[in-house]
Design a protein. Structure first.
Length: 389
C-alpha cells in the first residue's frame, strides 16, 4: 500500500515538474496610442494591428519562444495625443502591467515624453512619431515602423511639383514637436523641387476653426495647400473649410495615411482630386488579405498606418523567437534590428536609418502617391526613398 501511494506521489511530481515546460504563460504587449480626439483614427489602427497579430499567434496555440508558449495580450491606454498623458500611461504599463514591449506612443510629443522612461527600463517601443529626435545611437530600444516625412518628402514632393506644376504652397501645422519638425522638412523639400513654401500657420491641436488662418494663407496667392502633419480629423476640417471658402487649388498630403478619415469629415466633393501619400498597394495580395481581415473583425476600413504596425508586431514576435527569450529585451532588440527582407502585409521590409539617424531602426518600406477620386485612392506613382515613378 505504501509503495502504491509512493508511486502515485512520484507520478504527480513528474506531472508537476513537466507543467512549466508546456503550460502557457501570458505575454503582455502595451498599446500606448491615441484613442480619443483628433488622432484617434491613427491610434485605433495601431492598437487593432497589435490585436490582429496577437489573434493569429493565439489561434495557433500561442507564441512559442524558447520552448514555452505565450498567450499574447494587448494592454491598451489612451495617450490622448498629449505628452503628459503618455508619460502617465507609460508609467502604468511599465510598473503596474510589467510590459516590456509597446506599440506607440502616437505622435512626436507623446513619444519624446515617454521615451526616457522606456529607454531606461529597456522597453522596446514601436512608435508613430515623425521627429528625427526619436531615433539615435543612444536610443537603442526605439523602433519606428512608418516611413516619415524625412524619408518621403524629397521624392514625393519632387513628383508633385513636376507633374502638377505647383509653384506656391501654404501649410497649417500643429504648434508642437511634430508640426515644427514636419514643417521644416516640407519647406526644404518644396524649395529643392523648385516651389515656394510661401505661407506657414501654426495652431493648437484642439483648434477646429481654421478660417482666419486659411484667409491669411490664401491672401498670399498660394496655389496648393499641404496637409502633412495634421491628424485625420483636423486635416478633414482644413479641407472642408478651404473648399467652402472657395479655394480652387491643389490639396496635397505628403505624409500620414488617412484618406478615408479625411473624406469622412470633408466629404467626397471637397476631397476630389486631392493628392495623398499612401503606404498601401491594394493590388498586393498580402495587403488585400490584411485589409479583408481588418474589415472582418472591426467592421470598418483600416487606417493606412495599421498594416505597418501589424508587420512590425509580427517582426517583434519573430525577433523573440530568434532570441529565444521574451524577458531579455536587449537580445530581442538585437534580433529585431537584424531582420532582413521580411515578408509582411506591405511586401518586403527592411530597416534603414544609419545615414540619417546613426542607427538602423527606421523601417524601409515602399510607398505610393494616390489621387482621390470619388472618395477612393487611385494610385498614380510608385515610390522609394530615391524617387517616384
Amino acid at each position: 500500500m505504501k509503495l502504491k501511494y509512493l508511486a502515485a506521489a512520484i507520478t504527480c511530481l513528474g506531472v508537476s515538474a513537466a507543467l512549466p515546460a508546456s503550460a502557457q504563460e501570458t505575454l503582455k504587449i502595451g498599446a500606448l496610442v491615441t484613442l480619443s480626439g483628433p488622432g484617434a483614427a491613427w491610434g485605433q489602427g495601431m492598437k487593432n494591428a497589435g490585436e490582429l497579430a496577437a489573434d493569429q499567434v493565439n489561434a495557433k496555440g500561442g507564441l512559442e519562444v524558447g520552448g514555452k508558449k505565450y498567450k499574447v495580450e494587448i494592454v491598451s491606454y489612451d495617450d490622448k495625443y498629449q505628452a503628459n498623458e503618455a508619460v502617465t500611461a507609460a508609467n502604468r504599463l511599465v510598473f503596474e502591467d510589467k510590459v516590456q514591449y509597446m506599440i506607440g506612443p502616437t505622435g512626436s510629443a507623446p513619444a519624446l515624453a515617454a521615451q526616457p522612461l522606456t529607454e531606461k527600463n529597456k522597453v522596446i517601443i514601436l512608435t508613430l512619431g515623425f521627429t528625427p529626435k526619436l531615433l539615435g545611437p543612444d536610443k537603442t530600444f526605439t523602433f519606428r515602423p512608418p516611413v516619415t516625412t524625412a524619408e518621403v518628402a524629397g521624392p514625393q514632393i519632387g513628383w508633385v511639383v513636376k507633374k502638377l506644376g505647383v509653384k506656391k504652397v501654404g501649410g497649417l501645422f500643429p504648434n508642437d514637436e511634430s508640426g515644427q519638425a514636419i514643417s521644416k522638412d516640407l519647406e526644404a523639400a518644396y524649395k529643392k523641387a523648385g516651389a515656394d513654401f510661401a505661407a506657414k500657420e501654426f495652431f493648437e491641436r484642439d483648434r477646429v476653426d481654421f478660417v482666419p488662418l486659411l484667409t491669411r494663407m490664401m491672401a498670399r496667392g498660394i496655389d496648393a495647400i499641404e496637409l502633412d502633419g495634421n491628424s485625420p480629423a483636423t486635416a478633414g476640417l482644413i479641407v472642408k473649410q478651404a473648399r467652402e471658402m472657395g479655394f480652387k487649388g491643389k490639396i496635397i498630403r505628403t505624409g500620414g495615411p488617412s484618406t478615408q478619415d479625411i473624406v469622412n469629415v470633408a466629404g467626397k466633393a471637397a476631397t476630389e482630386g486631392m493628392y495623398v501619400h499612401t503606404p498601401l498597394d491594394n493590388a498586393l495580395p498580402s495587403t488585400k488579405a490584411y485589409a479583408d481581415m481588418y474589415a472582418a473583425k472591426y467592421k470598418s476600413p483600416m487606417n493606412g498606418f495599421s498594416p505597418v504596425f501589424y508587420d512590425a508586431t509580427n517582426m517583434l514576435f519573430e525577433a523573440m523567437r530568434k532570441a529565444g527569450t521574451v524577458t531579455d529585451t536587449a537580445k530581442v532588440r538585437d534580433e529585431l534590428a537584424k531582420l532582413k527582407d521580411y515578408q509582411g502585409a506591405l511586401g518586403t521590409i527592411n530597416w534603414t536609418g544609419m545615414q540619417t539617424y546613426g542607427i538602423n531602426h527606421q523601417m524601409d518600406a515602399p510607398f505610393f502617391i494616390a489621387e482621390v477620386k470619388d472618395g477612393n485612392e487611385v494610385m498614380v506613382a510608385r515610390c522609394n526613398v530615391s524617387s517616384c515613378q
